[in-house]
Design a protein around this ligand. Structure first.
Ligand SMILES: Nc1nc2c(ncn2[C@@H]2O[C@H](COP(=O)(O)OP(=O)(O)OP(=O)(O)O)[C@@H](O)[C@H]2O)c(=O)[nH]1
Ligand SMILES: [Mg+2]
Length: 303
C-alpha cells in the first residue's frame, strides 16, 4: 500500500470521426471495448472504458465523432458527444496528425473554448507523419485556442500513450473509486455483442451499407445440450437491396460476418458461442425516433 491519495475522474474523448478515439481507449484498456474501423462514424453511443489501478480510476468516455448530421441518428450521435462536456473533469480533444485542420475541427474548437474543464490537445497518428512536421501541426492548433496540455501519440502503435495517462493523472483530483475494479465498461454484454457484429459489417461492406445498419442482440442463453452460449441477433437494414448485400451470394456474406464476429465474442465472453443472425428491413430507421430508441439510440442517453 502506498500512502498516496486515490485519484479519480471522468475523461471525455472528443473529436471528428475517424481520428482514433476508440483505438486510443481500447489501447489503454488493453482490450476491445469500442469497435473501430476505417469508416467515419463508427462509434454511435457514448462508451465508458474504466481504467483502474491501485492509485487511480480514470473513466474514459469514448464518443461518436462530431460531424454535420444528416439524419436523426446523426443528431443523436453529435448530441451524445457534446453531452459529455457536462459530465467530465477533463476533455481530450483528439485530432489526426496526417490531416489538416478542417471546418469540422474549427466547429469543435468553438465549443471547447466554452468548456469549464481543462482541454488537452491529443495529436494522434504521429506514426503517419515525419516528426519534423509535428511542430507546425501543434502550432496551428494552439493558435486557435489555449490548451491545458498538448500530447502527441500514436494510439495504434502505443507511442506516448503512457505519458498521456500520466498527464491525466496529474490533472485529476483526489476522489472515490466509482466502479468496482473489475468493471471495464458501463454497457451490458449484449451491447458489446451487437457492436462486434456491427464492426464486421463495417469491415466487409462499403458505401452507404455500413451506415445504414443497426444490430440488436435479442437473446443470450446457455444451451444446456452443447454448453455453448446461444446468441440471437438481428441486423437491421434500410432497404431490400442492402439485405441482399448483407446475405451475400448463397448466404456467403452473412456466414463470413457471423464467423468473424463469433471469434471476437468468444474472446470477450471467454466462452463458446453459437451465433444466429437474422436480417430485417426497416425503411429509413435512421430518421424514425421510435426505431432509434428500439435499436439503442435513446435520447435519454444525453438528456
Ligand atoms: N496509422 C494510425 N492509424 C490509426 C491510429 N489510431 C487510429 N488509427 C486508425 O484510424 C481509423 C479510425 O480509428 P477509430 O478508433 O475507429 O476512430 P474514431 O475516432 O473512434 O472514429 P469514430 O468512431 O468514427 O468517431 C482506424 O482505421 C484505425 O486503425 C494511429 O495512431 N495511427
Ligand atoms: Mg470510435
Amino acid at each position: 500500500m502506498t500512502n498516496k491519495k486515490f485519484k479519480s475522474g471522468f475523461v471525455a474523448i472528443l473529436g471528428r470521426p475517424n481520428v482514433g478515439k476508440s483505438t486510443f481507449m481500447n489501447h489503454v484498456m488493453g482490450q476491445k471495448i469500442a469497435i473501430m474501423s476505417d469508416k467515419p462514424q463508427t462509434t454511435r453511443n457514448k462508451i465508458q472504458g474504466i481504467y483502474t489501478t491501485e492509485n487511480e480510476q480514470i473513466v474514459f468516455i469514448d464518443t461518436p465523432g462530431i460531424h454535420k448530421p444528416h439524419n436523426a441518428l446523426g443528431d443523436f450521435m453529435v448530441q451524445s458527444a457534446y453531452s459529455t462536456l457536462r459530465e467530465c473533469d477533463v476533455v481530450l480533444f483528439m485530432v489526426a496528425a496526417d490531416e489538416p485542420r478542417s471546418t469540422g475541427e474549427n466547429m469543435i474548437i468553438e465549443r471547447l473554448k466554452k468548456a469549464e474543464v481543462p482541454v488537452i490537445l491529443v495529436v494522434n497518428k504521429i506514426d503517419k507523419i515525419h516528426p519534423d512536421r509535428l511542430f507546425e501541426i501543434v502550432a496551428d492548433y494552439t493558435s486557435q485556442m489555449e490548451f491545458s496540455e498538448v500530447v502527441p501519440i500514436s494510439a495504434k502503435q502505443g507511442n506516448n500513450t503512457e505519458r498521456l495517462i500520466d498527464t491525466l493523472s496529474e490533472k485529476l483530483d483526489e476522489g472515490p473509486q466509482y466502479f468496482p475494479e473489475d468493471q471495464i465498461t458501463d454497457h451490458p454484454e449484449r451491447f458489446l455483442v451487437s457492436e462486434m457484429i456491427r464492426e464486421k459489417i463495417l469491415l466487409l461492406t462499403r458505401e452507404e451499407v455500413p451506415h445504414s445498419i443497426a444490430v440488436t442482440t435479442d437473446q443470450m442463453t446457455r444451451d444446456e445440450e452443447t454448453g455453448k452460449i446461444h446468441i440471437m441477433a438481428t441486423i437491421i437494414v434500410e432497404r431490400k437491396s442492402q439485405k441482399g448485400i448483407i446475405l451475400g451470394k448463397g448466404g456467403d456474406m452473412i456466414r463470413k460476418i457471423g464467423k468473424m464476429a463469433r471469434r471476437d465474442i468468444e474472446i470477450m465472453l471467454g466462452d463458446k458461442v453459437y451465433l444466429e443472425t437474422w436480417v430485417k428491413i426497416k425503411n429509413d430507421w435512421r430518421d424514425r425516433k421510435m426505431d432509434l430508441a428500439d435499436f439503442g439510440y435513446n435520447r435519454d442517453d444525453y438528456m
